[in-house]
Design a protein around this ligand. Structure first.
Ligand SMILES: [Zn+2]
Length: 255
């Protein structure tokens, strides 16, 4: 299904594809045909849904859709949690030596792990946050839209290779340490840190993406950045798993 209009990424008048907020292949991954209701669980800001519907609209031209796929989505989709025992990025990290490790947190220098493609991980994360910011998406009664202010345009230019990754944006990428079933996703949603910095998050199976934006970002937050820190860091943080399990279970039972 196509329509004519301005592509929101390259800004050219083109035939537009039906674009997805979260990759279409993610929905296929999240389906569980073993259950009486096989549709995936999607967690929004307000509530959780189990639906076959997808958040989509005419947003990008074919070239830009291809760019998103080649530069990030395809790699991330093949490395995120796919089934019990098939979780390639976790397997890569478990075989690697962290630069910092304690009982609750392991930090890895992604740039020193050849099997990790940090460029694709960062591009994918940035592309989902940008999509969530560029317009409002709807799924049933859920409305998804994050506010990135001027950083939205900086991210658009980064995604088009016209600019570097924005200096005052930090992207944290976390990988789950869990070994069970992780077939749920959280749409992008926003909050504020205690120090007043805007924080945006989304979750795909087995992976946590957090974006902070603002000039007041601390050195510690910058150290963890997958895009711009010297080691291009990626982490396993058990607190994220605990929050995810607690949050998703609570929402599912509250439906
Ligand atoms: Zn385009």
């Amino acid at each position: 299904m196509a329509a004519q209009g301005q592509c929101r990424l390259c800004l050219q008048e083109r035939e537009l594809r039906s674009s997805h907020l979260i990759p279409k292949s993610m929905y296929r991954l999240l389906r569980n045909d073993g259950f009486s209701n096989p549709n995936p669980f999607i967690h929004g800001a307000e509530r959780s849904l189990q639906t076959s519907k997808q958040a989509q609209q005419h947003l990008l031209c074919s070239d830009c859709e291809q760019r998103f796929s080649k530069r990030g989505e395809a790699w991330v989709m093949s490395h995120c949690w796919r089934s019990v025992g098939e979780f390639r990025i976790q397997q890569i990290l478990f075989k690697s030596n962290p630069i910092i490790a304690n009982d609750t947190l392991k930090i890895y220098a992604g740039s020193a792990i050849p099997k990790l493609d940090m460029d694709k991980l960062v591009y994918f994360g940035a592309s989902v946050f940008w999509r969530a910011a560029v317009c409002e998406w709807s799924l049933s009664s859920e409305r998804i839209n994050i506010q990135l202010g001027g950083y939205r345009e900086e991210l658009r230019r980064y995604l088009l290779d016209e600019a570097m990754f924005p200096r005052n944006v930090v992207l944290h990428i976390g990988v789950s340490a869990l070994s069970g079933t992780l077939d749920a996703c959280l749409f992008p949603k926003s909050s504020r840190t205690k120090t007043g910095i805007h924080r945006h998050r989304f979750i795909i199976p087995g992976m946590y993406f957090t974006m902070l934006a603002g000039s007041k970002i601390s050195d510690n937050e910058r150290f963890l950045c997958a895009a711009q820190s010297s080691g291009r860091h990626i982490s396993i943080w058990h607190q994220s798993d605990r929050e995810f399990l607690a949050g998703s279970m609570k929402k599912i039972f509250a439906r």
